[in-house]
Design a protein around this ligand. Structure first.
Ligand code: FE2
Length: 299
């Protein structure tokens, strides 16, 4: 459905991961991905920044790996108390948390479905530790793919409450939605499991894929898929695992969505014009038909 109101949030801010070994995971994100640790928490949490905002990845010690919360930045000027009231009117309990983490004074926490916690905030400190020139050194955190048995409910929340636009689906299982110019900021995967499917970092340019691949190889980290061009989103993507077997995507060339026209900007590699939201088959994951070296269901 094409709608007229703008999303309440404009970007994915951070992804929190629970890990049995914070130091090992921290080493991957700091040294291999090329992020800077900006703070550590009382329970050994590690806050890591790509280069500008206080954190884009949060690592927390836990018995088992798991998805923590997802942070989305609200449009400037959003009144948090009013937001809580509107969430309640939408049928969801929500609370304002003060100083729950370094870098963010106040945020609204809401669990649209059990086990998926979102943190919504207007302001995050920008200590700007600088973009590293070592490691993969991505440009930004682009999107997160979440597996949930409550995919349709999550989609309703993201679209009907947060105002995300729907841009594509793969067989109705993987649903791509966005709150900004990129084809997808969230990918909701409906499956009987609850975890992060992958976290995606945007690289500086297509040449960065080669440099990232060499760097991962030097560190003994196999590239499990790609680089290849996707169909939904048409991003050139490669995937590797972090030390907890959380899938990390590195990508460039994501389709640019124009909500006013309900289509993506035309590109030479598009097989359909206009590139409007559509359904792709499960066999149509890669425009280059590149085989992948992992089980899609377990990735
Ligand atoms: Fe992705």
């Amino acid at each position: 459905m094409h709608k007229q109101f703008a999303p309440r949030v404009f970007q994915l801010g951070y992804v929190a991961l629970e890990t049995p070994d914070v130091m090992r995971a921290r080493d991957h994100y700091a040294e291999t991905i090329g992020m800077s640790e900006t703070a550590t928490g009382h329970d050994g949490e590690s806050y890591l920044s790509i280069g500008y905002e206080h954190h884009n990845i949060v690592l927390r010690q836990a018995m088992h790996k798991a998805m923590g919360h997802l942070g989305f930045q609200l449009n400037p000027g959003t009144e948090l108390r009013q937001l809580v009231a509107e969430l309640r009117a939408f049928g969801l309990g929500a609370q304002i948390k003060s100083d729950s983490q370094p870098g963010i004074r106040e945020l609204v926490e809401v669990e649209p479905v059990p086990g998926t916690t979102l943190q919504l905030y207007t302001d995050i400190d920008a200590p700007a530790p600088g973009f590293k020139r070592t490691g993969v050194s991505p440009l930004r955190l682009g999107h997160v793919a979440v597996i949930s048995p409550e995919g349709p409910k999550l989609k309703t929340f993201f679209m009907d409450f947060l105002g995300f636009w729907f841009t594509d689906t793969i067989a109705g299982i993987s649903n791509f939605i966005t709150c900004n110019r990129e084809h997808h900021v969230v990918n909701l995967v409906s499956m009987p499991d609850q975890r992060v499917h992958h976290i995606a970092f945007q690289l500086k340019g297509n040449a960065s894929h080669a440099m990232a691949g060499d760097l991962l190889a030097e560190r003994g980290l196999p590239v499990k898929w790609g680089p290849t061009r996707h169909t939904a989103g048409h991003n050139i993507a490669s995937y590797h695992y972090d030390p907890d077997q959380v899938l990390i995507e590195l990508y460039t060339d994501m389709d640019v969505f124009i909500p006013e026209l309900n289509m993506c900007e035309a590109r030479p590699w598009h097989g359909h014009f206009p590139m409007a939201p559509r359904e792709w088959k499960l066999t149509e994951l890669a425009a280059w038909e590149t085989e992948f070296a992992f089980s899609l269901a377990q990735a």
